[in-house]
Design a protein around this ligand. Structure first.
Ligand code: DX5
Ligand code: ZN
Length: 225
């Protein structure tokens, strides 16, 4: 995996009124991938942004790819919609549909062979519950906060789920990547990486960091632990 995708800043933490400023900063920092949180006001309380933002900003963001995190009640519809807009990494929630629907989402691979398909697990969902579906997905996103708002604290024990997924991947010879989303900071980031995570979503800690270059360098250094 390219180094810059280990840390994926969340678009939610960007200044919505000055996305062009963020673009310049992002390019200078060499960030190749950002996290695009779609919230529908139903699966989670808030509404964030969706296809219109992607359409309008497509040209401005041609030098960055997005992983779209669908926190919506009908992820199949939205996954199709974002795939048709050129998004190449889409993560849906195991809790949004019955588990029987997961193969349908995974089958988007036929129509979009380059599409990476992610499965997100809210804190209440155990890794054992979705084991049978793991061969269908390119990544698993461990939510280390209750899906909802940015700025929450990392839920202690989330590292055990990361570790269980990492051990299972090795045992079964699977190749999914493990991402972590929520409450990532200078302490919890390295903890996740030590337990087998491959990439980290960073919202508040990225936004608050005065010296983003230093912040990213430290995270990358920690990634090789
Ligand atoms: C959490 C969202 C995140 C959010 C992370 O509910 O899915 O992607 O932007 O924000 P922080 O890093 O502040 O927890
Ligand atoms: Zn997210």
């Amino acid at each position: 995996m390219e180094k810059e995708t280990i840390i994926r800043p969340s678009l939610l933490s960007f200044d919505f009124l000055h996305l062009d400023n963020d673009r310049q900063e992002r390019i200078s920092l060499g960030i190749g991938k950002c996290h695009f949180d779609v919230r529908d006001g139903h699966f989670v309380h808030d509404i964030s942004f969706g296809e219109p933002l992607r359409r309008k900003r497509r040209a401005a963001y041609k030098d960055v790819s997005f992983d779209v995190h669908l926190r919506v009640t009908n992820p199949l519809d939205k996954a199709l919609s974002f795939a048709s807009l050129g998004i190449r990494e889409i993560t849906i929630h195991a809790e949004a549909r019955t588990l029987g629907d997961l193969p349908k989402l995974a089958s988007l691979k036929k129509e979009y062979p380059l599409l990476k398909r992610g499965l997100a697990l809210s804190p209440e969902t155990k890794a054992e519950e979705i084991k049978d579906f793991l061969p269908l997905f390119s990544s698993v996103l461990v939510m280390s906060v209750v899906p909802g708002k940015g700025g929450q604290s990392f839920l202690p024990g989330s590292e055990k789920k990361i570790s269980a997924l990492s051990i299972y991947r090795k045992e079964k010879g699977l190749s999914y990547q493990i991402g972590v989303d929520g409450g990532i900071d200078t302490v919890t980031g390295p903890l996740c990486l030590r337990n087998g995570a491959d990439y980290l979503i960073a919202g508040s800690s990225y936004k608050k960091s005065q010296d983003k270059k230093k912040w990213l360098q430290e995270r990358k250094k920690n990634a090789s632990w």
